[in-house]
Design a protein around this ligand. Structure first.
Ligand SMILES: [Zn+2]
Length: 990
């Protein structure tokens, strides 16, 4: 076969000739480097003819000349500055290399992309970028013009290293790859340079790379010091940093997306390290159903090409068809996959640094399977160089595949782009419309801009129009709708129609499919609480419209004249941004809806009297809220709207989740203090410092939250001269990370709530309040397990506001779609845990009158509330009596002020699922999703879902933000005692 002849020149000396003589540089084998490669490779089966040597160049310095060690040397890793400096050193010595700055990280570090090809191509990169840009947007491109471009063009293969910071090999490997591609003079490498442009980003997550390397090298220098794990990878999130593909909130996501849109690489290859020895991505399916079949085929053929060629070289343990599913579009790889290019990844066996170590693997990774005919060994000695060899050999075969078949890969890219443009007329829909009269224009603008970050084109209707459409989760039957001028239109006859349709549509993950690897539902309009309408009829494309240029903002500002301003409550988080922007200005909240000067204002609307008109107008414009000047304040009950002092807690075990809270709050410019569990343990008077403490999902059990990190002696997390990047501004440091929250921390939180603070606990962190008795009348329970148990995996589910009078629900409609993944469930009412065992008992109620959610009515006796009152001699219980009676009604029966269920899942299990995988929904149908419990003077807000999930759940942000700004007035709207309204008056104070 052709590759064989290309490889035939690999051994020994290959002197320059012909085209490659652009630089008169003699090459020969770099015998010292080659000897080091062979010495550090533990098995011949972990190397190939591509990487078992390195050429010496008389013009260009090999990595060891610059670094002082070969790539893959044991016990040493390089920081990003060093790696980028080496790439620039290559650029200075070789006309085949060019380095581009592709953007800064959150902590100000540079991310680069290195282009390697032959010198003539590098000198004409703009020309080749112009070709891929034209193929990426085939509108108006004739078939013959496309053919000509494909014949002239060069595919671009983009290798991206270490997005996951503890996966340390790829940034090292990519230095050697760049050098090898630039200097090696074999037919195999020459063919790559001639027909392809290789792009290399050595580390996608540059902040995390440096923290990891500092920790590792420090440990090598001070082996007796305690070694903490990598607490922060990037500035915000750790492993989730490649799950930011929907909203592109992280700098790395935007850097990669922007670079893609400038270059249109044909393939993006992400390098990961987790399983032995080389897993090539295809996934098991079900595949994302929006993808072009060509994309799916390319995954398969590229994977088998790599494995086939590795096997020809005698390599063992290369395999495919496992590991993940290929369903969710939340991966960083959707920078390519969602934009008509190929996105793929490797998982190689890493080294936890650069150690050579004895490695064992479970049967799940070593069993013989049809997709793994030469499985990895159960046990082996594994070196950093082994990892380098596997990655570099595999990706060289991939790159060579694209070079050999350069026209076909470019043609497939063009065809996928063409099919996307044709989508409106073939599979449809024709467009998605965002109505101009959406009540939440701030959230709408946010979502429109998230689509624009993806390169999706947006149009805006210049006149009103009508079209039949459907909304996700609504009736399947299209209904005629009227859209005002100013409505946004996302046309499906554009290159990135597929990405837009995928993000906005509804998805169904069958229970019979292989278990999902990550989220299964993501419908973004639903999660943003924004109306999106899918239009099938292509006539909508003829509506008068103009292209939106630049990012959009919600129309904010002040209107009218008068001494009092009102801002309509619409559950838009921009209202919180506005509140904090004018933090010193007193503001009130109208507790009831009202009409004024011809406008309707919902309950919860913000009222500002004695306002500085200019300051209001500026703040309203900057935050995208509409402030209406009124002649007089409305005659409705009001209370103060606070700009509370917020703390966001983290622990020292994992910062996986708290970062999503920080990034969304930062985006909204809502200030907060980032505080450790250990600090809460050591801080007695929390109430004097904070009004609201948010505990994101930080642990899997109460025990782990209380005990935290353990160790025999103090474990510091602090900057040192050799570790200057551990704790940059905005992150945290401590002389000792041990000890967790501890009982003292729980006591401090209890005192904080008791003294009037608001504690927000999310997901597993709810146990802090429920399992300690702090959240009176609320309990948590594990969801039912087993085949008939609950299986919700990152879904969009339908919920409803069940206590519209609570300030937490201000601005919300009765119906609300939420993110949910199987986790701790909430129950209100005494005796929680005891009664939930059997099937049908999931709600905690026993058989009786009413529905699952409607309270029972006990026959031939007055109501519970009436009996309680009578037992007290005819008065309703005073707070003192309630406090004194706490716990006195038998096992677990709390008698404090009843908790309020603010949001619950819809009552019928058949109506629950909007998008994703759901089995056993009856376990959650009608169940509480958000509960407001009282304790002492304060409140505890318990979220069974997660209102700040990966920056996707902007529609839920205001549940938390409303609670925070109204933290002093959360009792507003509580039904008078003894009335026994819906959902309360149950035994045990429900
Ligand atoms: Zn990874």
């Amino acid at each position: 076969m052709r590759l064989r002849s290309l490889l035939s020149c690999l051994a020994g000396l290959c002197l320059l000739s012909g085209l490659a003589a652009a630089q008169q540089c003699a090459t020969r084998d770099d015998t010292a480097y080659t000897a080091q490669i062979l010495k550090n490779t533990t098995l011949r089966q972990f190397d190939t003819d591509l990487t078992n040597h390195l050429p010496f160049s008389s013009c260009v310095d090999a990595p060891d000349k610059f670094l002082g060690h070969i790539v893959g040397a044991p016990n040493v890793l390089d920081k990003i500055e060093t790696i980028e400096a080496y790439m620039r050193h290559l650029e200075s010595q070789s006309k085949r290399v060019k380095v581009f700055d592709i953007g800064k990280s959150e902590e100000g570090k540079e991310t680069i992309m290195v282009a390697v090809s032959d010198a003539a191509t590098i000198a004409n990169l703009d020309h080749y970028r112009d070709i891929t840009a034209k193929l990426a947007d085939p509108r108006g491109l004739s078939a013959s013009a496309a053919d000509a471009l494909i014949a002239q063009g060069k595919p671009m293969y983009w290798a991206a290293g270490s997005i996951h910071s503890p996966e340390t090999g790829s940034p090292e490997m990519l230095m050697e790859l760049a050098y090898r591609l630039a200097v090696e003079d074999t037919p195999f490498i020459r063919n790559i340079r001639q027909h392809e442009i290789v792009l290399i980003t050595p580390a996608t997550e540059v902040d995390g790379r440096d923290r990891e390397v500092e920790l590792y090298n420090h440990h090598k220098a001070h082996p007796k010091d305690p070694q903490p794990g990598l607490i922060w990878w990037g500035h915000y999130v750790d492993h989730d940093n490649n799950r930011d593909g929907l909203t592109l909130a992280l700098d790395l996501s935007r850097n990669m997306m922007n670079t893609f849109l400038q270059w249109h690489p044909t393939v993006l290859h992400d390098l990961h390290e987790s399983v032995p020895y080389l897993y090539v991505s295809t996934g098991t399916g079900p595949y994302n159903p929006w993808l072009d079949p060509l994309e799916i085929n390319e995954w398969q053929r590229m994977a088998f090409y790599d494995i086939d060629h590795l096997n020809e070289q005698g390599v063992i343990g290369a395999w495919t068809h496992g590991f993940f599913d290929g369903w969710a579009p939340n991966y960083m790889l959707y920078v390519a996959i969602g934009h008509n290019a190929v996105g793929r990844f490797y998982e190689t066996q890493g080294n936890g640094g650069a150690d050579t170590r004895f490695a064992s693997a479970p049967p799940s990774d070593t069993s013989l399977q049809w997709y793994r005919p030469s499985p990895p060994l159960p046990r082996v000695n594994w070196s950093a160089r082994d990892n380098i060899n596997m990655q570099e050999s595999g990706i060289l075969f991939s790159i060579s595949n694209v070079a050999i078949n350069h026209e076909e890969f470019l043609r497939d890219f063009y065809l996928k782009s063409l099919h996307s443009v044709e989508k409106a007329a073939t599979e449809g829909p024709a467009a998605w419309v965002f109505p101009g009269n959406d009540p939440r224009l701030g959230l709408q603008a946010r979502l429109i801009d998230q689509l624009q970050y993806q390169g999706v084109e947006i149009d805006r209707a210049t006149a009103a129009f009508s079209a039949a459409g459907t909304v996700p989760g609504g009736s399947d039957k299209a209904a005629e709708r009227h859209f005002p001028a100013g409505s946004y239109i996302v046309r499906m006859d554009q290159p990135y129609s597929r990405e837009a349709d995928m993000l906005l549509g509804q998805e169904y993950y069958a229970p019979t499919a292989p278990p999902p690897y990550d989220d299964t539902g993501w419908t973004m309009g639903a999660l943003a609480n924004v109306t999106t309408v899918k239009i099938a009829d292509p006539a909508v494309l003829k509506v008068a419209m103009t292209k939106v240029s630049g990012f959009v903002a919600a129309p904010g500002g002040a209107r009218g004249s008068g001494g009092v301003y009102a801002i309509n409550a619409n559950a838009d988080p921009n209202i919180a941004s506005f509140r904090y922007r004018l933090a010193a200005t007193p503001m009130q909240v109208a507790e009831k809806a009202f009409e004024a000067d011809g406008h309707h204002f919902n309950a919860g609307s913000v009222i500002i009297a004695h306002a500085d008109a200019i300051a209001i107008a500026n703040a309203a414009r900057a935050t995208g809220v509409e402030a209406t000047a009124l002649a007089a304040a409305p005659q409705v009950p009001m209370h103060a709207l606070a700009a509370p002092r917020i703390a966001v807690m983290h622990n020292w075990q994992s910062t996986a989740q708290d970062g999503w809270y920080r990034i969304s709050l930062d985006e909204l410019k809502i200030p907060y203090t980032y505080i450790a569990d250990t600090t809460l343990r050591q801080t007695a008077d929390l109430r004097s410092k904070f009004d609201v403490i948010i505990v994101p999902p930080v642990g899997y059990s109460l025990t782990s939250m209380l005990s935290g990190v353990s160790g025999a002696k103090p474990i510091p997390w602090q900057n040192t001269p050799d570790m200057p990047d551990l704790a940059p501004p905005g992150l945290d440091s401590t002389p000792d990370i041990r000890g967790g929250l501890g009982l003292a921390g729980v006591e401090h939180l209890e005192q904080f709530v008791n003294a009037g603070g608001l504690l927000v606990a999310v997901g597993p962190s709810m146990a802090l309040a429920t399992d300690t008795g702090m959240a009176e009348g609320v309990s948590t329970r594990q969801p039912p397990q087993g085949p008939e148990g609950l299986n919700a995996r990152g879904d969009v589910l339908r919920a409803e506001v069940s206590d519209a009078n609570s300030p937490i629900a201000y601005g919300y409609n009765p119906a609300l779609d939420v993110y949910y993944s199987t986790g701790l469930l909430l129950a209100t009412g005494g005796g929680g845990r005891g009664g939930f065992g059997g099937r049908g008992g999931a709600s905690g109620r026993t058989s009786g009158i009413g529905s699952l959610t409607e309270p029972n009515v006990f026959q031939s006796r007055p109501s519970d509330a009436a009996l309680l009152k009578e037992s007290l001699g005819g008065h309703n219980p005073t707070p003192a009596e309630l406090a004194a009676g706490r716990g006195g009604f038998g096992r677990g029966a709390a008698v404090g002020p009843p908790p309020r269920v603010i949001v619950r899942f819809v009552p019928d299990a058949h109506d629950l699922l909007l998008s994703g995988l759901l089995v056993g929904g009856q376990a959650i149908a009608g169940q509480p999703l958000l509960v407001d419990a009282r304790h002492g003077q304060g409140h505890i807000l318990l979220f069974a879902g997660n209102p700040f999930w990966r920056n996707e759940t902007s529609g839920e942000f205001s549940l938390l933000l409303n609670a925070a700004m109204n933290y002093q007035s959360l009792n507003v709207g509580t039904p008078a005692p003894g009335r026994g309204g819906r959902g309360r008056g149950r035994r045990g104070g429900r």
